[in-house]
Design a protein around this ligand. Structure first.
Ligand SMILES: Nc1ncnc2c1ncn2[C@@H]1O[C@H](COP(=O)(O)OP(=O)(O)OP(=O)(O)O)[C@@H](O)[C@H]1O
Length: 481
């Protein structure tokens, strides 16, 4: 038994201590117990542990005292805090104070085993850490992709490294296209579960009536068309990270169900009788001001509180325009590689100056689109300002375009002012979207995945949009009707 398997359990109730001890011993850990903060500190001073599992309420203080001590001493122990049932404040407080994760009383032993295993980078029931070469390589990749030398980006990367070490929920706030999903991937990549699944969901892209089935899965026969059991996003992300993008778009009814799943750490598939335990890290993102949404009654305060344990603001590109050169270099390399273009084109000095003078309402995604188009149209090894085809100026009022959902913000966004206003905006936008989808599909030989990728959409999002607009395409075949 190596010292990496040694645990410290702190609880003043003898029965609970015995229960935890038996459970952990059966999993193959060695452990020591303490009844008070003072005893625990004495043990911590004498040796180091892989993890500390502590009750929140202790006779001579609180679990937070231990957390603060671990933090001050820069100790490497991961802390798991056990809080009273229904005490969201305690759980959130513990996570903010640096706890790796928390459990609520009465402790579900399956959950207990799984949370401890996660803290130790193991899979419950299996003694050896399940980390392989490939995972090692995946770790840090997204963080490395997050380019930009600005102080703002450096701060974001620093926060990612820090929060990567715990299971605390993180809310990413930022305009559309600023890189929130990339930040989420980087947090996942920095964590102990980088080799487990990362599931990204665009909450705004799922029709309301399908939300529950998509999130929690369903059982065969639960509704017409449910011909087989299907797992939901929660089950797919089991052991890893679930990233809920555009969380502000979730309807209130679904917000309640999500809150319940977070509190209970279990989900019930539509049509199922039993709950399934889930153990995952929840990251969410929004371009909205969620606090204002709460004030307006459109977002549940208790859910906001649960999601917003740690907040990372991803600043708009115009606030860190000095990042444009470094981000462009990385993007050009990727675009050229995907397109099989050699050598990778450079940006000329005039092109860089042009980019630096633009205010990028669509942020990094817009920059990516601009470079995509420039590379496709130019063919030269050095791109000049003209190849970028940027509008002369975009006033800051136009930056509301930055808030358009993913994939609907072509670059650059300037509406021809002479064009007559549509009498039915929704129908007009549907028509625009239909045309864009059809064009992308045609350009990608009717391959939905490739067409989706061109528009910044996943295959799932692409399917929803196509179904909504009645576009029927089988991969590789032109549309029917
Ligand atoms: N700092 C960066 N360095 C390199 N590439 C970046 C950076 N930030 C964003 N990108 C790239 O820009 C594109 C848009 O980023 P991403 O999808 O993460 O934005 P988002 O904020 O999640 O957008 P939305 O809110 O619309 O979903 C992606 O291709 C991403 O890889």
């Amino acid at each position: 038994m190596s010292s990496t398997d040694r645990l410290l359990v702190v609880d003043d109730e003898p029965d609970l201590r015995t229960l935890y001890e038996l459970t952990l011993l059966r999993e193959g850990y060695s452990l020591v117990s303490a009844e008070t903060v003072a005893e625990a500190l004495a043990l911590l001073q004498a040796e180091s542990f892989a993890a500390v599992i502590t009750d929140m309420r202790l006779p001579d203080g609180s679990g937070l005292d231990l957390l603060n001590w671990l933090e001050q001493q820069r100790r490497s122990e991961r802390a798991i805090v056990i809080t009273a049932h229904g005490s969201a404040e305690n759980a959130v407080e513990a996570l903010k104070a640096g706890a790796f994760d928390y459990l609520t009383k009465p402790v579900d032993l399956r959950q207990f085993r799984s949370v401890v295993a996660t803290a130790l980078g193991r899979v419950a029931g299996k003694p050896a850490p399940r980390r392989d070469e490939a995972a090692g390589k995946a770790k840090g990749q997204a963080l490395a992709r997050l380019a930009g030398p600005s102080a703002a980006m450096e701060q974001v990367r620093e926060l990612i490294r820090k929060v990567g070490r715990s299971m605390a929920p993180v809310l990413l706030q930022g305009e559309s296209g600023t890189g929130k999903e990339l930040v989420a991937r980087a947090i996942h990549g920095e964590g102990s579960r980088a080799d487990q699944p990362f599931v990204a969901v665009n909450c705004g892209a799922i029709p309301e009536q399908l939300l529950e089935a998509e999130f929690f899965g369903y059982r065969k026969g639960a509704f017409t068309g449910a011909n087989e059991d299907r797992e939901g996003f929660f089950q797919a992300a089991q052991g890893g990270t679930l990233f809920l993008d555009e969380i502000g778009d979730l309807p209130l009814a679904m917000q309640s169900k999500l809150l319940r799943a977070i509190q209970e750490r279990s989900v019930r598939p539509v049509g199922a009788v039993a709950e399934l335990p889930v153990n995952l890290r929840l990251l969410s993102a929004t371009h909205k001001d969620l606090a204002a949404e709460v004030a307006a009654g459109r977002f549940r305060q208790d859910l906001f509180y649960r999601l917003n344990v740690i907040q990372i603001r991803v600043p708009p590109l115009r606030e860190r325009i000095g990042d444009v050169a470094a981000i462009s270099a990385g993007l050009l390399e990727r675009i050229a590689r995907d397109a099989g273009v050699h050598p990778v084109p450079r940006l000329g000095a005039d092109a860089l100056a042009r980019l630096a003078a633009y205010n990028f309402p669509g942020n990094v995604r817009e920059l990516e689109n601009v470079l995509h188009r420039a590379l496709a149209l130019s063919g030269a090894t050095e791109l000049c300002a003209e190849d970028l085809d940027l509008p002369d100026s975009v006033s800051t009022e136009d930056s509301s375009f930055g808030a358009l959902p993913a994939g609907t913000a072509p670059a650059p966004l300037a509406l021809p002012s002479e064009e007559a206003l549509p009498s039915d905006l929704a129908a007009h936008l549907d028509e625009v979207e239909r045309k864009v989808l059809l064009r992308a599909l045609a350009q990608c030989r009717y391959n939905r995945t490739a067409a989706g990728a061109r528009l910044g959409l996943s295959l799932r999002q692409m399917r929803y949009r196509m179904a909504r607009l009645g576009i029927q395409v089988d991969d590789g075949e032109p549309p029917l009707g």
